[in-house]
Structure formats: C-alpha cells, structure tokens
Design a protein around this ligand. Sequence first.
Ligand SMILES: *Cc1c(COP(=O)(O)O)cnc(C)c1O
Length: 427
Amino acid sequence: MQTFERLESEVRSYVRSWPAVFTRAQGHSIWDEDGKEYIDFFAGAGALNYGHNNPRLKQSLLKYLESDGIVHSLDMATDAKRRLLERLDEVILKPRGLDYKVQFPGPTGTDAVEAALKLARKVTGRESVISFTNAFHGMTLGSLAVTGNEMKRHGAGVPLKTIAMPYENFLGDDVDTIDYLRTYIRAGGSGVDLPAAIIVETTQGEGGMNTASVEWLQRLAELCRRNEVLLIVDDIQMGCGRTGPFFSFEAAGIKPDIVTLSKSISGYGLPLSLTLFRRDLDVWEPGEHNGTFRGHNPAFVTAVESLSYWEDDALSGDVLRRGEVIKQHLEWMAERFPEAKAKQRGRGMAQGLHCGVNGLAEDIARGAFERGVICETSGARSEVLKLLPPLTIDDSALERGLMVLEESLVAALERRGIAAARTPAAV
Ligand SMILES: *Cc1c(COP(=O)(O)O)cnc(C)c1O
C-alpha cells in the first residue's frame, strides 16, 4: 500500500476504502495478494454485471487478440464494430421498438453524457439543461454541471451553471415534484428557461439509491413530450440489466429521446460507452464530437458476446428474483434493528440500506470488508450502504454476502453502544 501513498496522487479514491492489493478475480470473487477472498458486492461500480473474467466473454476476447484482430482504429470501420452495431440493433433495440442511432463517444460514461448534452442543445437551439437533486452524471465540466454533489462540483474550480429540480420525494412524500417542475418551466417568471433537455437517472446510483416510481417517470416523459424538451435517461449504471430489463426505463414503458450507456456495456470491464438517440435527432456534423479513443475493438468484441445474455429473459428473471431476496433481507435488517433507523432503497440488483444513524453505513462497509465482502456507500453524506453484486452471482454467495452485511451492522451498532448483542438469524 505504501507505493500508492508515496507515488499516486491524493485524488485516489476507492483504494482508500479497500486497503488491499488485489491480484485475481473470477465471477463474484476477488482475491488480494495475501490470498484472502472477498465477495464482490461492488462489481466495479456496476461495470461487471456479468462478473469478473466471465469465461464466455474471456474466450471471445482471447480469440480476437490471438487472431491479431484490430485493437485500435480511431473510428475507422472494423468487423468488430459492425458486429456490435448489428447485434445491438437485433438483440436490444429492435425487439424494444427503439429506432436509435448509435454514437461512440470517448470510452467513459461522462463523455457519453457530454455528447448527449451537446446534441440536445444543438437540436433544440436552447441552452439550459435541467437535472435533479442528488444526480450523478460524471466528472467533466458539462456532466458536473448536471451533478448534484457539492464536493464533486467544487472540484471543478469554475462556476457551473445548472438548474437542479427536486427528484421524486426530495421535498417529502406530499410534494408532487412533477407539478413543481412543470410550474417552473412554464411560469415565464420563474427564472427558469425552457430547457433543451431534462436528464434523469431512474435510480440514483451515486446519489443515495433513490428510485423514481414508474408513474413519476411516465409523467416526466409526458411533461417533456408536451413541452418539446428532450428526455435524456442516463442509464450508465442502471442499464445493462442492473434493475432487471436491459434498460432501466423499460419498466415505465417510456422511450427516452437520448440514452447513455457505459459501465457494463462492454460486459468485461473494458472501457466503452454509447450515446443512443432517436434517428431524427442525428444532426451532428462529421467529427463534431470526436477524439482518439472512439473505437475500442476489444470492448466491442466482449460487448457482442455479452448481448447473448439478452437473447432470452433468463438473466432478467434472475435479476428480479435475486433482487427480491436482497430486498427482503434489507427490509428484514431494518425491521430487526430499529436502532439503525434504516430503510431499504433501490430496485432489482441495485439496492441499498439508508441508515439514519450518522456514519453507520460507512462503518458497516468497513466491517464488511474486514469480513470479506466488498461494498461501497452512496449518497451526499455516504449514508446509504450500497449493494451492486454481479447479476450472475450464485444464490449461495449472495446469501453469504448478505449475512456478512448483517453481522457487520450488528458489530457497528455494538461499537456505538446502541444495541445489545444479538446473534443474526438465518435468512
Ligand atoms: C458512473 C456514472 C457516470 C460517469 O461514468 P464515468 O465512466 O465514471 O465517467 C455517469 N452517470 C452515471 C449514472 C454513472 O453511474
């Protein structure tokens, strides 16, 4: 660890949460250099939905590299890219009635968002974009402008113009935040112009696992449609099956104008991101948003292979079933340990435990790491213990991991002298 402290910038982040040097990983397991095994409930922040070193994906990648397939090509045409475009269309877009064109931004989520914001402005000729409280859309200037977290925004060192409107339930259960939003953009005297777009996450992965209801999303889509405002769904973390269906917005039956994907789109943890948009919005001039790394062919190869998981409903069904196991366990923890003032959040295999006791979620995560489970926290004050296991985790590992979280909760409460010793019961 000393090497990292001595040579790597203070900007390093996750290395501080999990002070171990990792050497090997397979499926839901990751090993450190002392040979200790951890169950990975973090999954690369959702970049490893199909697990570490997924054997199917690995085989396709090895074969491609072995055959001297093209690794870098800027955005020239390659057979790997053609195959991805075709498979995405056949397996994902066509069956869902989505006639989207595909843009390859730089291979990070934040650049997919930058492309979406630019395009929305170019199409509408309007300047502003509305985002939501506790939103996270990335760390470059445009994406930061639509991100809620103050610490992250302040890192930019320049003023970032933005309008954040309350997400569902941000103002309590009684305030209808869609009505509120409608009033602002229609009033004329609100100081809020009609925006080019509204950007939203269906579940706020970084912002505390707040989940918008199906009705709220439907009303938001309708509000956008009526006012000719483009709806951007940032599905970078919640897409690729994280909440059950391939796109997280499918449950609401809405069709966003623009969709961003990254994290698990390559399936293998290789960097790749996509910005998808309605065909008629494709007003880009050639090269208007480009760069060196637009065509990461190894990532195309694993992405193509990962789409095989979406040829039927099996994985989607597993996610919903495992999501129910997670939900029940978290609700049960909240009920059994009222001292934690805890509440289940999220949907599918993107869930969290909101802890009303200051610092408790971080304590649980730290304890879980010592006991061999990796999970992070989420929310502006890290108040939510966040679970993001690989979608392909087997049921017994999932339950073992959940038991460890429960033991860690008990230990964290005990350390605070809040609860008497209680032996965790089986699920
Ligand atoms: C991770 C994330 C991003 C940013 O992706 P990077 O690859 O880290 O730039 C944007 N939006 C959402 C919802 C994310 O979860």
